[in-house]
Ligand binder design. Structure first.
Ligand code: AMP
Length: 355
């Protein structure tokens, strides 16, 4: 194992949104500095970081200057262009590693990888042309979902097929981008497990949370999830299997469908995850600190859950509820400092502690 990052070292974070912001706060608590790299103006993470670079992911000179100014690089979102990663990696290590990014950036690669580990995924097929889709519909059938292989998030880049008659519209929705067709999973609930691994191979998992989406965006995460003890163990084992297979360093989010036959893995996110925000008030060490500990080569912290929590995202006009929420007991507000409220924009979240 490499030496732990020394105190006062600087962690570079690609992406300046709320996840970067909460990572920067956790890093500061452990005595590290952070430097944010973000193309957009006024990134929420820059408010709480030591330094920020505003430049595009195609600006090789800016990327190299950023890499030279930091000791290690991590990221808050997975859709970073490969060329940008190459420029950085020639100078500083990136955690989680390139293989984790490559695997999770493409739904086809991701599903193939998960299946190769012996994990269950929805039936899927690679789709580029109309004839691919027609052939896949013969085996997978409907209902099913066509998803772009890359750059999808919060349900974007997806089209549902109720019958084969929807094929042409669904394909048009992909706008010529390569896609995968997925069989529709009749799940009883959706859960996610947030897990961490450090360079020594130590693994820590948070308790699985149960997720409810609204309009394709995460609405609430509830812990404990209403799943059996056996499934709880399965969630931990499968997360550990994925972490080890990727020789992963950092925090990983695994989204799962619960079915009467057990879990089906929906997708993995090589980063801290919205469904892990409950850990901020439900655990001794939360997902953000756990990620910083892992990439700094520290021992992982105690992620055991000491409270029941409901995390609710504050989206758009939900911000109007803040004055009332601020008066409530057992309620922890986490606001992202975004200047402009927009419909569908994640503005903050609230953790309701249940005793
Ligand atoms: P994703 O972007 O893949 O996480 O999908 C967003 C949401 O769409 C998921 O959280 C599910 O609620 C739903 N969904 C995605 N894929 C499937 C599937 N194969 N079967 C049923 N529901 C799905």
């Amino acid at each position: 194992m490499s030496d732990p990052l020394k105190l006062g070292a600087t962690i570079g974070i690609l992406g300046g949104g709320q996840l970067g912001r909460m990572l920067a706060v956790a890093a500061a608590r452990l005595g590290f500095r952070t430097h944010i790299f973000e193309p957009g103006a006024n990134p929420p993470a820059a408010d709480v970081a030591h330094a920020a670079t505003t430049a595009g992911y195609d600006d090789v000179a800016a990327l190299k200057a950023f890499a030279n100014a930091v000791d290690v690089v991590t990221y808050e979102f997975e859709n970073i262009p490969t060329a940008a990663l190459d420029a950085i990696e020639s100078i500083r290590p990136i955690h989680p590693n390139r293989e984790a990014l490559r695997t999770s950036q493409d739904r086809l690669t991701e599903k193939t990888f998960l299946q190769g580990l012996g994990l269950r995924v929805a039936p899927f097929a690679d789709i580029t042309t109309t004839s691919d889709l027609e052939a896949a519909l013969e085996t997978i059938g409907t209902p099913s979902i066509l998803k772009t292989r890359r750059f999808g998030y919060d349900g974007k880049g997806q089209s549902r097929l109720r019958s084969a008659a929807d094929a042409q519209t669904a394909l048009a929705d992909m706008a010529g981008n390569p896609a995968v067709l997925e069989g529709f999973v009749n799940f009883t609930s959706e859960v996610s497990v947030i897990a961490a691994r450090n360079p020594s191979g130590e693994i820590a998992c948070f308790d699985p949370g149960e997720n409810v989406h609204r309009d394709g965006i995460l609405h609430t995460t509830t812990v404990p999830a209403s799943i059996s003890a056996a499934l709880r163990t399965d969630a931990v084992l499968l997360a550990a299997k994925i972490l080890n297979a990727l020789d992963y360093v950092g925090v990983l989010g695994v989204e799962l469908f619960v079915t009467p036959q057990g879990f089906i893995v929906n997708e993995i996110a090589p980063r801290v995850h919205n469904s892990g925000h409950w850990t901020q008030n439900g655990c001794t060490v939360d997902q953000f600190e756990q990620h910083i500990r892992a990439i700094a080569g520290w021992p992982l912290g105690d992620g055991s859950r000491h409270a029941d929590v409901i995390m609710e995202n504050l989206i758009g006009d939900d911000m109007n509820r803040v004055p009332e929420l601020a008066k409530q007991n057992d309620t922890a507000l986490h606001l992202y400092g975004k200047a402009e409220v927009k419909p569908g924009r994640k503005m903050g979240h609230v953790n309701f502690i249940k005793r």
